[in-house]
Design a binder for this molecule. Structure first.
Ligand SMILES: Cc1ncc(COP(=O)(O)O)c(C=O)c1O
Length: 426
């Protein structure tokens, strides 16, 4: 699968659109009318109005890059202004910067069920997973076991590193459609050999948006002495996460997708007892620090050189937003709307869905099969003629479309999508 064909197609363009007029509010994820923010936050605005997304686009692609609500974005921009107004105060005065980062990490750690110093901020999941992959030294003949549903950038990371070390990158096929999570476990686990050193898996897959049964696989790997590296790019905010209970050795998650933080906010988790395996990808002041903090892992990873940390420092604001607007209830309504979208699209395509319709299998993102269309052309038509932003791609020689539903989406969005797909398929 190439980068351009993935669900997270970086080639998606934001061309001008004319069709697909859409009103904010209207019926929504709950199907019972406009979702408003009449919560602890005290607002009564429809959630749609809290986001910066353009009104003339039917945005059904939260999964690729997320979307940040205005209250969180305001905190982010204030931090940036504060940084620019006195950079030395912000970044270097005594220990104020590490202390601020520590506070933000503590909030995030509590949110994902980890200890504060088991987490470091990284700009994105790709970076966090590269830190792990490049630290775990592979030897000739070693095997890294994974599935064929992984994100293209990380597939490349492991291909590259295995190639350098003379190790094997073993991608086990997980065929579709699926009926039971045991099928996933069996398909992947059957790839274990006595050379398997690392199990690398997505918690929620990119092309197929499936929730993989990682807890089961992590437990098996742990018993077999295999190191576990989990790609949770889509998880924070979309699923409840308890990293301590999950027990993976290493886990990277994005805050800028489903937790709705500004772009550039992600984390790398390394369990305390395996942190010694992690090396600094960028060697900077934190290595053999003159002023060490309580964690060598944090010292070595946190300061890589001058940069803008505002997105990461805005993560507590994203968690506040999530709490104040009662997002767990919002995402349940999103899941219900997503299932309605699945029914509507399946009515049009008559194709068998890739998995059962349940929150055990998908959350706010679902991948649906299409007939054999040319994906980029189909995606372009959806954008140009219907103003719909959605990824369409090829996965294992079949065409699919991946629908994301976030709190700002409405029943009307789903109706527009179903109508457009019907029209394009003729
Ligand atoms: C499963 C998965 N892993 C990793 C990533 C990479 O995320 P980022 O670009 O923020 O590093 C993505 C992006 O969508 C993804 O879907």
């Amino acid at each position: 699968m190439t980068g351009r064909e993935t669900a997270d197609d970086r080639g998606t363009t934001a061309g001008d659109t004319t069709a697909g007029s859409k009103t904010a509010g209207g019926t929504t994820a709950d199907g019972r009318g406009t979702i408003t923010g009449d919560t602890a936050a005290g607002g009564t605005k429809p959630l749609r109005e809290l986001f910066l997304l353009r009104d003339d686009v039917v945005f059904l692609n939260h999964g690729s890059f997320g979307a940040c609500p205005q209250p969180v974005f305001a905190v982010y921009q204030n931090l940036q202004r504060e940084l620019e107004s006195e950079p030395v105060d912000f970044l270097a005065r005594e220990r104020t910067f590490p202390a601020r980062m520590q506070q933000a990490r503590a909030r995030l750690a509590a949110f994902v069920g980890a200890q504060r110093d088991e987490l470091v901020f990284v700009p994105n999941a790709t970076t966090g997973l590269n830190v792990v992959a490049r630290s775990l030294l592979l030897e000739p003949g070693d095997e890294v076991l994974t599935s064929d549903h992984e994100y293209g950038a990380l597939d490349r990371t492991w291909h590259y590193l295995c190639g350098q070390a003379g190790a094997r990158y073993v991608r086990r096929p997980v065929p579709l459609p699926l009926e039971s999570s045991d099928q996933i476990v069996a398909a992947i686990w059957s790839g274990v050999t006595d050379r398997t050193r690392i199990l690398f898996l997505s918690h929620i897959t990119s092309p197929t948006a499936l929730i993989f049964p990682v807890a089961d696989l992590v437990r098996r790997a742990h018993e077999a002495g295999i190191v576990t590296v989990i790609d949770g790019a889509h998880v924070p905010g979309q699923l409840d996460l308890d990293l301590t209970a999950l027990g993976a050795d290493f886990y990277a998650g994005n805050c800028h997708k489903w937790l709705m933080a500004p772009k550039g906010a992600a984390f790398l988790y390394a369990r305390t007892d395996v942190q010694h395996l992690i090396k600094p990808l960028i060697v900077s002041w934190g290595w053999q620090s003159d002023d060490p903090g309580p964690s060598r892992f944090v010292d070595e990873q946190e300061w890589t050189g001058t940069r803008d940390p505002a997105a990461q420092l805005a993560v507590p604001a994203a968690i506040d937003f999530f709490t104040q607007y009662e997002w767990p209830a919002v995402r349940e309504r999103c899941h219900t709307l997503l299932r309605e979208a699945r029914t509507a699209l399946t009515d049009v395509t008559k194709l068998t869905p890739i998995c059962p319709a349940s929150s055990d299998w998908f959350g706010q993102m679902h991948t649906l099969p299409l007939p054999d269309v040319e994906p980029l052309e189909f995606q372009r038509e959806l954008r140009k003629r219907f103003a719909i932003e959605i990824p369409v791609f090829r996965f294992n020689d079949r065409s699919y479309l991946r629908v994301s539903i976030q709190g700002y989406n409405t029943e009307q969005d789903v109706a527009i999508l179903a109508r457009a797909v019907r029209e394009l398929l003729g």
